[in-house]
Design a protein around this ligand. Structure first.
Ligand code: THU
Length: 132
């Protein structure tokens, strides 16, 4: 439930991460933080590249932090822009969060806290591959 998540530390961490972003091409820093089911907070920032399409979104870094730090399930995620405003993760990054948080994971959005299955309905996931 949204009320049970301590959101402020996630926002603080996401804002901290925007200061570490490498965004010389877009000038658009992004930071993200996620609460893991074991209580850890994982985070990431965007890392751009001269080959624009190679750019890593902030959520990529967060997921890498999650897995490299021992794994677990994301239960809440907050992504922000360079002004600390809530940023809706791009489509690809919703898929990343889906993989590691699933339908129940909560996401801060410009329209308030939503579940992942509200922002990525009918998602493709591991269950689909189980039916192969
Ligand atoms: N960006 C993210 O880091 N996450 C998103 O969900 C949307 C976009 C970054 C990628 C790029 O460095 C910059 O924002 C502008 O697109």
């Amino acid at each position: 439930m949204p009320e049970q998540i301590d959101w402020q530390p996630l926002h603080d961490r996401a804002v901290e991460m925007t200061a570490r972003a490498y965004a010389p091409y877009s000038g658009y820093p992004v930071g993200v933080a996620g609460l893991v089911d074991d209580g850890r907070v994982v985070a990431g920032c965007n890392v751009e590249n001269a080959g624009y399409g190679v750019t890593l979104c902030a959520e990529c870094g967060m997921v890498s932090d999650l897995v490299a730090g021992g794994g677990g399930r994301l239960v809440a995620v907050w992504c922000v822009d360079g002004r600390g405003e809530t940023l809706m993760p791009c489509g690809r990054c919703r898929q990343l969060v889906w993989e590691h948080g699933g339908a129940d994971c909560l996401l801060q959005t410009p329209e308030g806290v939503l579940r992942m299955d509200e922002v990525l309905p009918q998602a493709f996931g591991a269950e689909n591959l189980d039916r192969r």
